[in-house]
Design a binder for this molecule. Structure first.
Ligand SMILES: CC(C)(COP(=O)(O)OP(=O)(O)OC[C@H]1O[C@@H](n2cnc3c(N)ncnc32)[C@H](O)[C@@H]1OP(=O)(O)O)[C@@H](O)C(=O)NCCC(=O)NCCS
Length: 298
């Protein structure tokens, strides 16, 4: 895309991930702003190919500001929804308060409308900033209950995966490509990059492969809780099969996505968080429970 010099002396660029120095400049902006190194994605096959970044660069190639959109098809209320996620919103401190982010938001939201996305989704600790653009906060829930009796007929192989192992990364990527949405109420249909990044950044996340279901189960536990974070699989195993396969017997389970496909019922509880899930578009009046799996967070 042709570059445009703005009135602030910065150059606007869109769709610039094909230019390695510009990608490196964005990595630096996100590292300086959020303290995370997204270049680790190179190990997992690179940034999401559907990403559409909007950014401002100075004359030395420093990325002063950015806001990105990526495609994140969702299953919502039993329907495939063409959704877009917004992420990597940051402006370097010396450039803040001059309307740069406003310009980038307008460009990104306008681009999404042109592309025909039905729904925009973002996670933020500054919900007021997005309300003028039609975003609304969706309260999230978690589901708590006793684990089901373990399935004794579980016959398949169970294997712990490591994101330090290239073969395991390839397996997770394949499963993510072929996955069935983990819920019919509210779940990501396709999007591999965030699952891999979230699994990598949180060392407590365990990934267990159940070959009988061709499914990777993401979970974690501490002294007080056992959390089921997500299941990426060709089929979704019932919760009883997962506990049959696993050498674990917690008193209580917390499921971090709507559990309608788990053949198990948990009590929905509000999930208070500093980070709000916001949506904009036609699916705002959802009927089912809303919870974005922590493995899909962005
Ligand atoms: C938040 C951030 C991106 C704003 O960038 P900026 O270029 O200073 O923002 P702008 O000057 O374009 O302001 C855009 C609008 O957002 C509002 N805004 C700016 N910072 C805000 C904040 N912290 N909380 C709420 N609203 C805010 C402005 O008042 C302005 O509103 P207006 O259009 O009605 O005048 C920047 O401060 C930043 O990078 N912060 C750290 C990272 C971060 O929080 N990113 C957002 C992740 S959701």
């Amino acid at each position: 895309m042709a570059t445009v010099l703005g009135s602030h002396g910065l150059t606007f660029r869109q769709d610039y991930f094909g230019d390695p120095p510009a990608w490196t400049a964005l990595v630096a902006l996100l590292e300086d702003t959020f303290g995370i190194d997204v270049s680790i994605q190179d190990r997992f096959g690179g940034p999401d190919p559907t990403s559409m970044p909007f950014g401002y660069f100075d004359e030395n190639g420093v990325c002063a500001a950015n806001f990105s959109v990526f495609s994140m098809p969702m299953m919502i209320d039993g329907r495939l929804v063409k959704a877009a996620g917004f992420q990597s919103g940051a402006v370097r401190p010396q450039w803040r308060g001059r309307g740069l982010y406003r310009e980038l938001m307008n460009r990104a939201f306008g681009w999404c409308d042109q592309q025909g996305f039905e729904l925009g989704i973002l996670l933020t600790d500054k919900p007021a900033m997005y309300e003028p653009y039609g975003f609304k906060v969706l309260p999230q829930q978690r589901f708590l209950g006793a684990p089901p009796p373990a399935e004794t007929r579980f016959v398949g192989t169970v294997r712990e995966l490591s994101l330090d192992n290239a073969g395991d990364i390839a397996l997770v990527r394949r499963v993510l490509r072929e996955r069935t949405p983990v819920s019919s109420f509210f779940a990501v249909m396709a999007q591999a990059e965030m699952f891999l990044l979230n699994g990598f950044f949180d060392p407590d996340v365990r990934l267990t492969y159940l070959d009988q279901f061709e499914a990777v189960v993401a979970w974690k536990e501490d002294e007080t809780s056992f959390q089921l974070l997500d299941i990426a699989g060709k089929t979704i195993p019932p919760l009883s099969a997962f506990f049959g396969a696993l050498d674990q017997r917690p008193d209580r389970v917390e499921v971090c996505f709507p559990p309608d496909r788990l053949d198990w019922r948990g009590k929905p509880e509000p999930f208070p968080s500093d980070i709000s899930l916001m949506v904009r578009g036609s699916a705002v009046g959802l009927s089912g429970p809303v919870t974005l799996s922590p493995m899909a967070e962005f």
